[in-house]
Every structure is written in structure tokens, then in C-alpha cells.
Design a protein around this ligand. Sequence first.
Ligand code: MRU
Length: 329
Amino acid sequence: MEVKAFVWNSGELKILNQLKLPQTEEWLSLKSYKEVAKAIKDMVVRGAPAIGCVGAYGFVLGVKYEKVDPEEVFQTLKNTRPTAVNLFWALERVKKALESGQDVEEEAKAIEREDYETNLKMGKIGNTLIPEGARILTHCNTGALATTGYGTALGVIRSAFRSGKNIFVWVDETRPYLQGSRLTAWELAKEGIPHKIITDSTAGFLMSKKMVDIIIVGADRITLRGDVANKIGTYTLAVLAKEHKIPFYVVAPASTFDPKLFSGEEIPIEERRGEEVKSCFGCKVAPTESGALHWGFDVTPAELIDAIITEKGIIQKPTPEKIKRVLGI
Ligand code: MRU
């Protein structure tokens, strides 16, 4: 069984503190929407589908248990992280449920259930693209910790492994939060999937040495033309994949698509504090007087993507027409 990032228990949201992993498995008990907003902002919980679902439970805490004005709760949770569209998608869903007189708690539970089922479907569909013996490179953490369980890109890797394929995973460490080395490697180790961690800058040379067969990543927002925002460093991998003729796949549920946006240039890119680059988990790694730029995400243009794997099917060489057809929008 894969791990859980959070557990809802009527009126209480328990969250696994991802900032402390893998050293400590610390569970935090959140009972207010403000605590949930802070946990999302501080990346105690992260990953596009996970923050969507946790955001929805935050809304439930605020309007149903704390009886706060829904608009105030909605805005507070919305203004935490700007790039992953799943957060806004889930918040809109619970807000609509409230407005139409439905039980918001049931709606949040439905979002959680559906995301898990979606991940299983994407795993099964994506597995058809993974050859026996594949050496797969992945970036950031797209596993059970980034979702409601199982995972998106890591879900496909899980499915390939569970179906008996002899796969191997290269794990980008993913500076500066180290979601790769701290979280993905932790999930892979728990499941016994063979892997090795590499520094982000190793990926290109590894490809040149023909040691990577496939690259699989997740997504935080996908536009109508198929441009993909994902963890910073993804674009670099896609360019390198093209140079080395390595298939580049994105795995994401329909809730990660934002068809209101046509091009990737329209996606708001989160800029976090430069201090997060200048230190590594409490240890200073740069001079105090130096500035630092910390974009959390980059955009990979559709032209560099071989396929987007969704729960509704595979979108080969994405175009607006193919995206609309597969998603049924
Ligand atoms: O900043 P994070 O850790 O929230 O970024 C997460 C990612 O970029 C993932 O690749 C993305 O959310 C897809 S995971 C299901």
C-alpha cells in the first residue's frame, strides 16, 4: 500500500508534514481553514491534486465547522499558491456545491475518491507506453504524496512495476525543495522499486550516454494548446529529450487542464522567496549578500511533448483539437 498525504476525519484534517520527510513522519492536526491555507502556502502539503483536495477540505472546515463567510474562506485558500489549477478547480467545485445547497463535506470526499480512481486509471493507461526493462527518468514528486494516493507520473511507474515489468527509475533530486530525493525516492524505496537519485544537472549527460529510455513527469496546469506548467527543471528535460530522441510523457488528470488559457505564457508562475534557494533545509549554502531567483515552475511547450496521459485516454502530440476530443470539452 502506498502512503497517504492527508486524512480527513469529520472536522479534522490530518496532514503528513512533507517538509520533515524522510527523516520524520510527523502528522499535523488542522482544524481551521487558516491552518490549511498556511500548510498549502508553506508546502507542508504540496503537489497539484493534493493541494486541490486539501483546499476543498479547508473550505469545508471554514464554512461548515467554523461558520465563516464562504467568500472569505474561498479567497484565503485561493491566495496560497498560484500555478496548480487543481486548487482553483476543487475550490470552485465545493463553492458551487454550497451554493446549490449540497453538503460540501460530501463534495470534498467525492473529489478525494475521484482523484484516487483517476490515478489508478492513468496508471493502467500509461503502463501501455512503458516497455519491459525501461529506464525511466522522473522529476519532482508526483506520487501518493502529491495526490490522494497512488500518483500521476509515479502512478504510471507504480503500475508498470506492479504489472511485473523490470523497470528502473532515475530520480531528479529537484532543487531546492528536494521533492525528488526526499519524497519520490522515499515512496520508491517503500515499494521496492529499483532507483537511483541524481542531481538535476546530471540528467543531460545521462541521456547522452543512452542511460534513459523514457521521461515521465506530472503537471500543475495544462493549457488548451497543450503547454504544460510543471516543477522548475521540466522544460530543460524536455529540450534534452528532444535532442536525444527520448520519449517525453506528461501524466495528468482532466482537473489539471485549464482550457480557459490557450498558451503557456498565460500561466501564472509562482515565484517563491530567494532565501529558499540560498539555504538547504536550515543550512546556509550562499552568501547573505547574494540575491537569488526562485521560480517554482516552468512551462514546456506542447511541441516538446510526445504524449499527455489522462484518465480519459492518451493525447499523442497534443493539439487543441486532440485535447478537446479526448477530454470531451
Ligand atoms: O511545488 P510542488 O511540490 O507542489 O510541485 C509539484 C509538481 O510540480 C508536480 O510535478 C505536480 O504537482 C504534478 S504531481 C501530481
